[in-house]
Design a protein around this ligand. Structure first.
Ligand SMILES: Cc1cc2nc3c(=O)[nH]c(=O)nc-3n(C[C@H](O)[C@H](O)[C@H](O)COP(=O)(O)OP(=O)(O)OC[C@H]3O[C@@H](n4cnc5c(N)ncnc54)[C@H](O)[C@@H]3O)c2cc1C
Length: 405
């Protein structure tokens, strides 16, 4: 935990979001010298709550975070808008046993989660007010340049600077961002009675999703709820979001309509127009490694954007294996990181986009047929488990160094 900057050990991280902070925590633990550069005057989380899955919690625990009282775990069901259960997602008992963490998804207010991560960083590690503009790769080192005229020389550069990353744009070209056709309204409220404990549900009507999960904010119970609806880059934003969201909620089974009266719409509702990029064939180039949204922004259907960014930071530094950052060591480690993350993350992003299209963009009568199949067959159950959960569970079981049992 020092502020030394020794050639061969220097890791310069661009962006103090969840991915950048995770990479920093992993790198400190592995004995590297770390500096984080953030364009904002201070690191600040995007609003609203998030769901984090068990491997993400196991990673955070490995950094020394106390995950007790961190989030609220939940049993999750997919339901139709009338409340009929389509899929009850099971926990994998082997994962519970190996990680010692019950459940799969944990709801937590993003600011609480991020504050706990930031608290683990040594004072002075984040250089705020530093917007990276470009970098030079010298082959045996790398120099990042900032808008304020400063520069830093390091052994590797981590591009954790989000969806509009100048770092990965320089490495891989224009990201070709495209709107995925949905917008999300994320909201949260304090706890209220009458909802079964540790239970969350994802409801779909013909082309709207309305969902809720229990969550913790600063250790206190509450709920996150959200609406996913069709959108386009030029779609008008409703002038009265509260009326708009109340209309949507009223259309769904209990308890969804009740969330409206419990929510402070002025403060605790956030709109997210969802953009993605075409999948990249690799996340590294020379001495630069991209992590999180800088290489794979994801639609909320994966419920995994923050989680994947945190995992990327962990995997990247694990691949470096504490070695000095010589040319060969970096090339080997980056190749391993690409092998372990690219296909996996790209698949999660692609499947999340497919789910978005399937639930929000099918015209009639295809949407009627879809709903009949989802209501009366095990097809949705099979698809979710095969295309979404199976890989994530396999990865978690493979992270044996994070297992307690
Ligand atoms: C409104 C909204 C709601 C969301 N809700 C959810 C959700 O409920 N669940 C979920 O899993 N995901 C959600 N996401 C996605 C999730 O936030 C991201 O996937 C996650 O934050 C990615 O982490 P990251 O560290 O890769 O990037 P970011 O969180 O974007 O962090 C990037 C950091 O880099 C900094 N930066 C940018 N440019 C520069 C530069 N030039 N120089 C230096 N620093 C720079 C930024 O200021 C930021 O601090 C949401 C996104 C948005 C926009």
């Amino acid at each position: 935990m020092t502020h030394t900057w020794r050639p061969g050990r220097r890791v310069a991280i661009m962006g103090a979001g969840p991915g950048g902070v995770s990479a920093a925590l992993a790198a400190i633990k592995a004995g590297y010298d770390v500096r984080i550069y953030e364009k904002n005057p201070e690191p600040k989380p995007i609003g609203g709550a998030v769901l984090l899955s068990v491997p993400v919690l196991a990673v955070l625990r490995s950094y020394g975070m106390d995950i007790e009282g961190f989030g609220s775990f939940t049993r999750t069901e997919f339901r139709n808008h009338r409340g009929k259960t389509r899929v009850a997602l099971d926990f994998n008992p082997m994962i519970e046993e190996k990680t010692g963490i019950p459940g799969w998804h944990y709801g937590v207010l993003r600011s609480s989660a991020f504050a706990r991560m930031l608290a683990l960083l040594p004072e002075g590690m984040v250089h705020a007010g530093h917007a990276v503009t470009r970098y030079d790769d010298h082959g045996d080192s790398v120099t990042a340049h900032f808008e304020n005229g400063e520069q830093v020389k390091a052994d590797i550069l981590v591009g954790a600077d989000g969806i509009r990353s100048p770092v990965t744009t320089q490495a891989f070209g224009d990201p070709g961002l495209f709107h995925v056709g949905i917008r999300v309204w994320l909201a949260w409220c304090e706890h209220f009675d009458g909802i079964p404990p540790q239970f969350g549900a994802i409801h779909h009507s013909r082309n709207v999703q309305a969902s809720y999960f229990p969550m913790l904010h600063d250790g206190k119970p509450g709920f996150e709820w959200w609406i996913v609806e069709k959108s386009t880059p030029t779609a008008k934003v409703p002038s009265d979001p509260e009326a708009h969201l109340r209309r949507h909620l009223a259309h769904f089974a209990d308890p969804l309509p009740r969330f409206a009266d419990q929510t402070d719409f002025a403060r605790n509702v956030f709109r997210w127009e969802v953009y993605n990029r075409p999948s990249l064939p690799g996340y590294t180039k020379g001495r630069m490694a991209g992590i999180g949204d800088a290489v794979h922004p994801v639609s909320p259907y994966a419920a995994y954007g923050m989680g994947m960014a945190i995992e990327d930071g962990y995997y990247l530094i694990r691949a470096l294996d504490g070695r000095d950052l010589t040319k060969d060591a970096v090339a080997d480690a980056f190749a391993r990181y690409d092998r372990e993350r690219v296909a996996y993350c790209n698949h999660q992003c692609e499947i999340a986009r497919t789910f978005g299209k399937m639930f929000h963009h099918l015209p009639r009568p295809l949407s009627t047929l879809r709903d009949a199949v989802f209501d009366h067959t095990g097809f949705l159950n099979m698809t979710l488990k095969r295309d979404y959960l199976a890989d994530a569970e396999k990865q978690t079981l493979g992270l044996s160094e994070l297992h307690l049992a």
